[in-house]
Design a protein around this ligand. Sequence first.
Ligand SMILES: Cc1cc2nc3c(=O)[nH]c(=O)nc-3n(C[C@H](O)[C@H](O)[C@H](O)COP(=O)(O)OP(=O)(O)OC[C@H]3O[C@@H](n4cnc5c(N)ncnc54)[C@H](O)[C@@H]3O)c2cc1C
Length: 505
Amino acid sequence: MGGGPAKGLSVTRDPNSFDAVVVGAGFGGLGAAVELAESGARVLVLEALNYPGGCASTFSRGGYRFEAGATLFSGFGEGQLMRTWIDRHQLPVEVDWLDPIIELRTPQFQLAVPPEREALIDAFAAFDPSRRPALQRFFERQRRVADTLWELFDDPELLPPLTLQSLVRHAARSPRYLPLLRLMNTSLMEVVAQEGLHDFEPLRIYFDALCQITVQVSADRAEAPFALAATDYCFRGTAHVRGGIGVLAESLCQAIQTMGGEVRLADRVKSLRIDGGGWVVQSRRGTVRTPLVVANLLPQNLRSMVSTADGGALRRLDAMASRVEEGWGAAMLYLGVEADAPHGEGAHHLELVADPRAPFVAGNHIFCSVSDARETDRAPAGQRTVTVSTHVDMQALRKSASPGAYVAQIQKRMRATLAKLAPELHAGIAHEMTASPRTFERFTRRAHGYVGGIPRTKGLEHYRGIFPAPVMPGLFLVGDSAFPGQSTLATAIGGARTARAALSA
Ligand SMILES: Cc1cc2nc3c(=O)[nH]c(=O)nc-3n(C[C@H](O)[C@H](O)[C@H](O)COP(=O)(O)OP(=O)(O)OC[C@H]3O[C@@H](n4cnc5c(N)ncnc54)[C@H](O)[C@@H]3O)c2cc1C
C-alpha cells in the first residue's frame, strides 16, 4: 500500500500530468481511485459536484442533511471491502448495526427482516410451519451460491489476471462452480419453484421487493445467480453509516489524498481525447494528461465526452447505453419528520408495498429510510430525516407529454402508500422536498436520470462483461452499468477490480 510508483507506471512530477485520472467520485470511481492510490499511482479524481458519492451521497439543504438515493449499505463485515477500507485507512466512519435490517409491510402481513439467514427462515416459517424444510433447502442453496460469488469479489487473487497460483485455487473450487452453471439463464422464481415454494406468497412478495431494489427487476424475471447473490443484501455486513453515506465518501476522498492522490470537487470533465499515445482530459478548471482514464459514468455520458474515430468503441458504448435504457429512474420524497414518531432512536428502514399483485414500482412500492435520532446535525431540533424512493418507468416518462405531471402522480402515490402502511411516519411530516429523474440528471449528470444500472433480467448476456476490459486503450468504464453492477458495494468492488486490471495491463 502507498509507497513507490505502481509497476509499469512512471514517476511523474508535472502538476498537470497524472498516472491515472478518475472521472466522477461515485462509489465506482472511489473504488477505482482508492485501489490506484494504494498501488502507488499518482491519481487525480475529478468530480462535478462539490461533494462526493453521487447517487450514494449526503447533501445539505434547508437545515437538513439527506441521503440523496442509497441509504442501506453492505460490506461492513470482517474481510469485506468497506470494513477493509475503514480499518486500513483508519477512516473516521462509524456504522450502526441494525436488527431488523428492513421492515417489510404489506396490507396482508409485516415481516421484520433480520440480519441472519437462519432467523429469516424462522420468520417465514412462522407464517406456515409446514414450509420450514423447503425453506431450509432453498436458503442453503442460496447461501452456497452467494458465498461462492461474493468470495470471488472479496479475494482479489481469484480475479483476472489469473496467475498460476490463482488457477490452482480455481481448480480446487471447481465443484462449487458447477451448480452455478446450472443456474444460468434461470429466473429466481424458477429456482424457488424447484423447492416447491412458488405458491408461498410471503416469500414471493419478499423476493419481488428485494429483487426490485437490487437487481432492478421482479423475481420471476431476475437472472438467478445475480438474484441469489443479491439475496445476501441483508446478511453481508449490512449497516447504517452514522451521519449518512456521505461521511464514507468524504473519508475515502481524504484517504486518497493522504496517499498522495488529488481530489478536485466542482470540476466537471468536459472532454477526453487521445493525443500522443495518452489521454488529454479537459475539465472546467483546466487540462491534464494521463495514460489511464477510469470513467465513473453511464456509457451514454462517456460517449458524448470522448472524441474518437474508433467506431468499434463507439458501437460498444452504444450497445451498453441501450441496456441502460432498459432500466429505471427514481422519484424521491425527502422528509423531515417529528422525532417522536414511534420506532426507537436508531436508524431504520421500511419497505412498503401497497398492492402486492401490482408491479413493485411507481409509488406502489416505496423504500423509506429514517435517520438515527442521535444524528442531531441531520435535521432541525426534534426532527429526523426520511429518504423515500420508488422506481420510475423511464420509457413511459420519456413518452409522456407532461413528464412533470407524470412524476407528480407517482409522488402522490408514494405519499398514499406511506399514509396507508406507515401512518406513524406520515403523521409526523414537518417538511417535504421532492426529486425526479430530472433532478438526478441535473445533479449526477446521468443521462435522462437513469439510475440503478442494467436490470439483471434472465439471460446469458450479463456474463459477457464479467472481465474488466478497456473501452479503448487506457480508458475503462466503472459504475453501476459495468459488472458486477448496482449497489454501493458492487460498484465499489467493480471499481477496485477494474483498477487492478488496468494496472496490470
Ligand atoms: C434512489 C436510490 C436508492 C438506492 N438505494 C441503495 C441502497 O440503499 N443501498 C445500496 O447499496 N445502493 C443503493 N442504490 C444504488 C447505488 O446508489 C448505486 O448503485 C451507486 O451509488 C452508483 O454508483 P456509481 O459510481 O455507478 O455512479 P454515481 O453514484 O452516479 O456516481 C457518478 C459520479 O460522477 C460524477 N460525474 C458525472 N459526470 C461527471 C463529469 N462530467 N465530470 C466529473 N464528474 C462527473 C457525478 O456527479 C457522480 O458523483 C440506490 C440508488 C438510487 C438511485
